[in-house]
Ligand binder design. Structure first.
Ligand code: WT7
Length: 660
């Protein structure tokens, strides 16, 4: 049974635990409804109140929402603030100076506690170091770093001086890194010598070196290197410098530069339906407000919580729920360098027990793979660990199937912790549809209701509302402060991708299909409706993978589709036509391995197809269009029941079926 069918038949409902509801920031559905009503009554007033109450403004805003150049909305645009000031200095002023900001654990289990005071000093020193290199407000800095305190320091230091950072996930290849460095016009790259994952050292600096030899990145004047492992790296005098040498020489005071609320805090690349990744540009004021609000609302953050988001800082989850949200909310958070399966698949549970984590936020893929591991080996089953410190669980990145939800709720949450299935995207900045732990009755597999102020709805292909109980296209009808501002360097693509004229041009198009429950109005996400795959919670464009494949000299043509996968949510399945004759079974295996490695080099290991099938051709219409829906059926090993009458070469289906 598919996840969506089982959600539709779901009749288990989990009301919020009473004790939790009583003390929650948003208490009961009455509390939720009151906030929704406030937003309904006076939309700008609602956001203005939150903005004033929750952020420190060095120059207060008088304007709230400027729609004059829609869909390029502006929020709080005559106000000025600094994100790093709000995350660090404010905590020093509010009595949190000696509170632990980050509990950092290395791959091999070394733990360091960093207080807000210490983090502030480290960010200031590094920010001064960046300034000493002539890096200033408006410059773009690419960060290609492992999970580390230094990674957060780098992001916060950029924010402190008004430089816009663009973090590139450490699993991307030199080509992908190069593409992003060039597109964003970076003046510097911050990296590490190597990263440690699962007991293995993996290169980072060497990949940066390679990326910078590819040309077009001449604007990069400096490469700043955090020494993580001490591994051998090449050195270009004048360009390369050690992060510690740069920072240690500096003062621990660095005044935060106030920037306009709309100043781009960061640009983060994500996949779309073309081959070129999109640089999602976020603001400072609206983004930071939502990062903090959702910490308080969705995670109901309390002073004694120990919050742990397992995402990487290379993804938006690591931006909002590691680098900014927890700090803006004054939280103590765990940050982990390694992987969930090293030294064994009990690592997460052991860390929760030892570090007394109270709020745990991870991805369905991780949960599903840890279920498998626990079933295979009772030594790493969560029942072996004391997880009683936990009070809330979160899920993010992909639909969580009801079975995984129930396992998470029962085995990790001990049946007492609400599971918050948070739906959002790189573009939304923070959660948009999610349960609230002290208010929303939970239904496994549903992300339930929009947060107050978020006008989520489901429409048909013409932008008309569809009644509850009918599936459709997920949209957000009004701008909200944390939304994407533009695609860096491509405002036209921003308009076309997110405010398509077919829907009337004013609705924000999320790119997911969704359905609302007839009775409760709860949302269930049905997955992407564009050519974007979600593999282990990582967003991948099919076109990007296809471009990588056809860049190989032996490949004539390639088409990539997704198919459901028990662990990774979706798996990448590629159909390939070679320039040479179709390989026999033995050759096919070997060429498939070569091509998988090729894609790993072109994009990064996360983009490697799980399956590659070779054919003499691809199923095409007479006008030469590849019929992807047929490929999707083939990938699922489904009987083809669709109409194939427009197919130019029906025999190819049989061949591709056999090719597996
Ligand atoms: C896409 C966004 C959200 C930060 C990490 C991913 C899918 C995300 C859920 C959820 C169902 C989800 C959607 C969305 N997605 N969260 N709770 N339930 N699907 O950010 O890389 O921008 O990907 O992830 O398909 O569009 P992203």
């Amino acid at each position: 049974m598919s996840a969506i069918e089982s959600v539709l038949q779901e009749n288990r409902v989990f009301p919020p635990p009473e004790a939790l509801a009583k003390q929650a920031t948003i208490s009961g559905m009455a509390g939720y409804n009151a906030l929704c009503a406030e937003a309904e009554r006076d939309y700008e007033g609602f956001w203005a109140r939150l903005g004033r109450e929750n952020l420190h403004w060095s120059k207060p805003f008088s304007r709230v929402l400027d729609e004059s150049n829609a869909p390029f909305y502006k929020w709080f645009d005559d106000g000025e603030l600094n994100a790093s000031y709000n995350c660090l200095d404010r905590n020093l002023e509010n009595g949190n100076a000696d509170k632990t900001a980050i509990i950092f654990e290395t791959d091999d289990g070394k733990v360091t506690h960093i207080s807000y005071r210490e983090l502030h000093a480290r960010v200031c020193r590094f920010a001064n170091g960046l300034k000493s290199l002539g890096i200033a407000k408006g410059d773009r800095v690419v960060i290609y770093m492992p999970m580390s305190v230094e990674g957060v320091v780098a992001m916060q230091a950029c924010a402190r001086i008004g430089a816009t950072h663009s973090v590139v996930f450490g699993g991307f290849s030199s080509k992908s890194l190069h593409e992003r460095i060039v597109d964003v016009g970076a003046v510097a790259v911050i990296t590490a010598d190597e990263q440690m994952r699962g007991g293995k050292a993996l290169p980072l600096k060497n990949i940066v070196d390679e990326a910078l030899t590819l040309g077009g990145a001449e604007a990069v004047r400096k490469v700043i290197v955090y020494r993580r492992t001490g591994g051998q790296v090449a050195w270009q005098a004048g360009r390369d410098l050690w992060m510690h040498e740069l920072a240690d020489a500096q003062s621990a005071e660095c005044p935060a530069v106030p920037v306009e609320a709309e100043h781009p805090l960061f640009i983060l690349y994500t996949s779309g339906s073309t081959g070129k990744p999109k640089g999602v540009q976020h603001s400072t004021g609206g983004y930071l407000l939502w990062a903090k609000m959702t910490m308080l609302w969705t995670f109901d953050l309390k002073p004694h919580d120990v919050f742990w988001c397992t995402a990487d800082i290379g993804w938006v989850t690591g931006h909002t729920y590691i680098a900014y949200g927890p700090l803006a909310a004054g939280a103590t958070q765990v940050m982990f360098e390694g992987v969930p399966t090293y030294p064994d698949a009990g690592r997460f549970w052991e860390m929760i027990q030892r570090l007394k984590v109270t709020i745990f936020y991870t991805a369905p893929t991780a949960i599903r793979s840890l279920i498998k591991a626990a079933e295979a080996d009772s030594k790493v089953h969560p029942r072996q660990y004391d997880l009683s410190s936990l009070r809330l669980l979160g899920s993010v990145g992909e639909p969580i199937n009801p079975e995984a939800w129930m396992w998470y709720h029962t085995n990790i949450g001990g049946g007492r912790c609400p599971v918050l299935d948070t739906f959002w995207q790189t573009e939304t900045g923070g959660h948009v549809i999610t349960p609230l732990p002290g208010a929303t009755p939970l239904v496994p597999g549903s992300c339930t209701l929009p947060l107050p102020g978020i006008a989520a709805a489901i429409v048909d292909e013409t932008g008309q509302d569809v009644p509850n109980g009918n599936g459709g296209i997920l949209v957000i009808k009004r701008p909200w402060p944390a939304m994407i501002r533009t695609i860096w360097g491509d405002p036209e693509r921003f308009k076309k991708s997110y405010f398509p004229p077919e829907l009337g041009g004013t609705l924000y198009l999320a790119g997911d299909g969704s359905i609302r429950d007839k009775d409760t109005g709860y949302f269930t996400i049905m997955g992407r409706i564009d050519d974007v795959l979600n593999v282990s919670g990582h967003r991948m464009g099919t076109m990007e993978i296809e471009s990588a494949l056809v860049a190989n000299p032996i490949v004539a043509e390639a088409a990539v589709v997704g198919r459901p996968d028990d662990t990774t949510g979706e798996a990448i399945c590629a159909f390939v036509v070679l320039k040479r004759a179709r390989p026999n079974d033995e050759e096919a295996k070997q060429i498939a391995t070569e091509l998988r490695n090729w894609v790993g080099k072109e994009i990064g290991p996360i983009a490697k197809p799980k399956e590659i099938r070779f054919g003499d051709n691809l199923p095409k219409t007479r006008s030469g269009k590849i019929m992807r829906r047929l490929l999707r059926s083939l990938a699922k090993n489904e009987e083809i029941t669709q109409d194939t009458s427009t197919l130019e070469n029906p025999a190819i289906l049989e061949q591709l079926k056999q090719a597996r």
